[in-house]
Design a protein. Sequence first.
Length: 165
Amino acid sequence: MATENKNLSQYDKATIPNSKNFRFGIVVSEWNEEITEGLFKGAFDALIDCGVLKENIVRWNVPGSFELIYGCKKMQQSYDMLDAVIAIGNVIQGETKHFDFVCEGVTQGIKDLNIQSDIPVIFCVLTDNTRQQSLDRSGGKHGNKGTEAAIAAIKMAQLRKEAKF
């Protein structure tokens, strides 16, 4: 298991770019709200801890993980001053193939957004077998994947800034 004996909330602030002037969007799925709110808290707290101003963080909610694609696309279009967008969702394996279709669609959709737009979208969608695994990765024993997504967003925002010609 990739997160075995790892805490996703640990990062070295000395390796994080100066984030004071960056602006971030966060699109949060309302499905499995306890988990997605935990992921949001991890992402938000990490952004603030790394110097991002509260007023430079925009949050939108969407009904489920599949809707993250549209929400992120509209956020990219609506906020041209954003430096990165974080897509937060959670899909838990059930008894049908619905899990597979949603996970594949969301993964490909967010990948497509990264190809089509200059504003990076960070994938923070937990795709676990059980609710407990999701809880463990959204503020539980394995830390918080939202924190990891925020650090990735900061690093991608810096890359975007440096890559401008």
